[in-house]
Design a binder for this molecule. Structure first.
Ligand SMILES: NC(=O)c1ccc[n+]([C@@H]2O[C@H](COP(=O)([O-])OP(=O)(O)OC[C@H]3O[C@@H](n4cnc5c(N)ncnc54)[C@H](OP(=O)(O)O)[C@@H]3O)[C@@H](O)[C@H]2O)c1
Length: 243
C-alpha cells in the first residue's frame, strides 16, 4: 500500500537524508511503497532531490512551501490530499537558527526563528493531525534538538523555539494516544549540515552526519505499527559541542 509521507525542510541536511533513506527503503523493504512529498522553500534543491529519489525507485512529489506562511501550509495539505487522498506520515524537520551572543539578538532574529520553528510547525501539525485523528492512524516526527532540553549560550532564541516545540510534542501526544497516532520526538546533538555554515575540520570530525539521524527515523517509522518510539536522543559520541 502507498504511504504518503510529507517531509518539511527536505531540500538540505537532515531532511534530505530522511527523504533519501525512505527512498532507499522502498527498494529493500517488502510492501513499503512511499510517496515522498518534498517541501521546502528552494525549488532547485527539491528538483535534484526528487531525481535522486527516483533513482532509488521511489515516487516523490515536489510542493514548494514556506511553512512560515499559513496559506502555504494550507496549500501543502490540500494539494497532498487532492493528489493522494491521505497523509500517513509528517516529518516536521524544517527549522532555522541564528547563533550569536544574547546581546546581539534582534527582533528580526526572533520573528524569523519563531515563524518557522514554532508558528509553522504548530499550524502544520494541527492540520495534519486532524487528518490522522479522523482516520485513526499516522505518525508525526518532530526533529527538535538536544537544545529542546539543554541551554547553549549562543542559542537563546533557537533554544526557546526548540523548548517550545517540545511543549507541542508533549501536548499532541496526549491527543495522539487516544487515536492510534504515533509521535516521535527526535533530539539530535550537533550534525554537520548547511545550518552550521563553514566549520573547521577539527569540529567537523566530532560532529554526526545527517544519515546518523535519518536511519533511526526511518527505522522508527517501519517498526511495528503497535509500537511507538517516543523519543530518540542522538548525540556525537564525544557529547555536546558547546558552540
Ligand atoms: N544540524 C544540527 O546540528 C541540528 C541539531 C539538532 C536539531 N537540528 C534540527 O534539524 C532540523 C534540520 O536541520 P538541518 O541541520 O538539516 O538544517 P539545514 O541544513 O539548514 O536544512 C534546513 C532545511 O529546512 C528548510 N527550511 C528552513 N526554513 C523553512 C521554512 N520556513 N519552510 C520550509 N522549509 C524550510 C531549508 O530549505 P529552504 O531554505 O530552501 O527552505 C532546508 O532544506 C532543524 O529543525 C534543526 O533545528 C539540527
Amino acid at each position: 500500500m502507498k504511504q504518503i509521507i510529507i517531509i518539511t525542510g527536505a531540500g538540505k541536511g537532515i531532511g534530505k537524508s530522511i527523504a533519501l533513506d525512505f527512498a532507499k527503503a522502498a527498494n529493500t523493504k517488502k510492501d513499503f511503497t512511499p510517496v515522498l512529498i518534498l517541501a521546502s522553500r528552494t525549488l532547485s534543491d527539491l528538483e535534484s532531490l526528487a531525481d535522486e529519489c527516483h533513482s532509488y525507485g521511489a515516487a516523490s512529489d515536489i510542493i514548494q512551501t514556506d511553512i512560515a506562511d499559513i496559506a502555504q501550509i494550507e496549500r501543502l495539505i490540500t494539494t497532498t490530499l487532492e493528489r493522494y487522498g491521505t497523509i500517513d506520515c509528517l516529518v516536521n524537520n524544517a527549522g532555522v537558527g541564528r547563533f550569536k551572543p544574547l546581546d546581539e539578538m534582534t527582533e528580526d532574529d526572533f520573528d524569523y526563528t519563531m515563524a518557522t520553528n514554532l508558528k509553522g510547525t504548530f499550524f502544520l501539525t494541527q492540520k495534519v493531525f486532524a487528518v490522522m485523528e479522523k482516520k485513526r492512524s499516522g505518525h508525526i516526527f518532530f526533529i527538535t534538538s538536544i537544545a529542546a532540553e539543554t541551554a547553549f549560550k549562543s542559542s537563546s532564541i533557537y533554544s526557546m523555539s526548540k523548548f517550545g516545540q517540545k511543549g507541542l510534542v508533549e501536548t499532541i501526544r496526549l491527543y495522539a494516544k487516544t487515536c492510534n497516532v504515533r509521535i516521535t520526538n527526535v533530539m539530535p546533538g550537533a550534525v554537520y549540515t548547511p545550518m552550521w555554515g563553514e566549520v573547521p575540520d577539527t569540529l567537523k570530525n566530532v560532529m554526526m552526519m545527517p544519515e546518523d539521524i535519518s536511519a533511526p527515523v526511518v527505522n522508527a517509522y517501519l517498526t511495528a505499527q503497535r509500537t511507538s518510539l517516543e523519543e530518540l536522543v542522538i548525540r556525537p559520541v564525544c557529547g555536546d559541542i558547546n558552540e
